[in-house]
Design a protein around this ligand. Sequence first.
Ligand SMILES: [Zn+2]
Length: 463
Amino acid sequence: MRRVPVVLVFTFALASRAQQIDWTKVQEEGLRHLQALVQIDSSNANEARVVEYVKKVLDGEGIPSTVVSKDPARANLIARIKGNGSKKPLLIMGHSDTVKVDPAKWINFGPFSGTLSGGYIYGRGVIDDKSDLFAAMMTTILLKRTGIKLDRDVIFVSEAGEEGSSGFGIGYLVSDHWPEIEAETCLAEAGGVTRRGGKPAFAMIETTEKVPRGARLVATGVSGHGSRPMRTNAIVHLSSAVEKIAMWDPPMRLNDTTRTYFEKLAQISAPEDAQRFRDLLDPAKSAAVREYFAVNEPTFYSMLHTSISPNIIQGGYQSNVIPSEATATLDIRALPDEEMPAFFELMTSVINDPAVQVVPGGRAERPVPPPSSITSDAYHAIEQAFEHVYNVPVLPLMQTGATDMAQVRAKGAQCYGIGPMVDEEDGPKGFGVHSDQERMLEEAAFKHLRLFWEAVTAIAASH
Ligand SMILES: [Zn+2]
């Protein structure tokens, strides 16, 4: 008998399994679940309501699940589809909480309407992160229904508190329930596909993220009568320090992910943009490119170094009193390998003013794991899934924000963010994540489900 290459056998096996799935029906079913999940108000709490819904759906499919919580209102759910155990588990996650809403700002559709209109689904959390929650849940259901043979267990987790209170969610799961969710690889939010001019342009797999760090600038001076201005005024010193730190161009440093990201972006960009990405590495031209990014492309600029944004300023209490103290609260987003004590020293030397101290701390911090590999089998499997579902180039991404993957990566898992497709212009128009009219393309929901299924089966199915 002629030998068929292993890769082909694998592809055929998956294809025949996939044929068992009636995707038109599954998409309709998934859309109903996504809308229902959006209709549950879980803004910064009440994740138990989401868990109740998910548990009921899984119960109906005969999939056992456990609910674990530090606070019953902020419940997490864990379900497991068993494999043959020859490989370590795959964890798929979606967070069940959303950020808060200002209902008055949701002019066209209520924040929890889940309305489908003009090809978009509207509602708080439809992208962040009920998109991943519904896709992970549907994938779990499809694994059960098809009975596809798995080399590894697939663990589905609905986690609470991602938006600023991860102690109820991933923090608690990792500290108190790690054996139940322990995995070699995990898939979660972030990354995704950028749609440009109505077409998918490129996909991004999130392999690492910047690390939120807190610090304050504290300026002190001599208090006195406002009629006699003093050069020692704490507000004057603070203002000068804030400007210096905000205009400072901290040392640039690339890692495997960001280097590959800019290289690949150069390959698919217009000539002028492509040249800029290449000039980043040219010592003679890099500074000018960074200044261009600082003004025009803040995301790119942030990806190049540890960044500092002064976001709260406080000082003074009466118009005729010179205050003796003024403070600025900074949002620092560190590169994964940043040595913070040395960075704070560098900041102090940039400010160069004995009246102003850099005071580290003041915010809850996530662990600082190394980036996940961009050469692992799992990464390549996800890359192929994106290429197949969207037919686009795939880039590794270092996200400037933070996610629950930080805690899971810190336990040694390789985590990849594989979000849905988003219109490039949607964010600037006010339809993006955390905005007052968060929405997702219906087509993006369908494609996301396919992507999830293909990535999960490529990583976990027996072949
Ligand atoms: Zn999120």
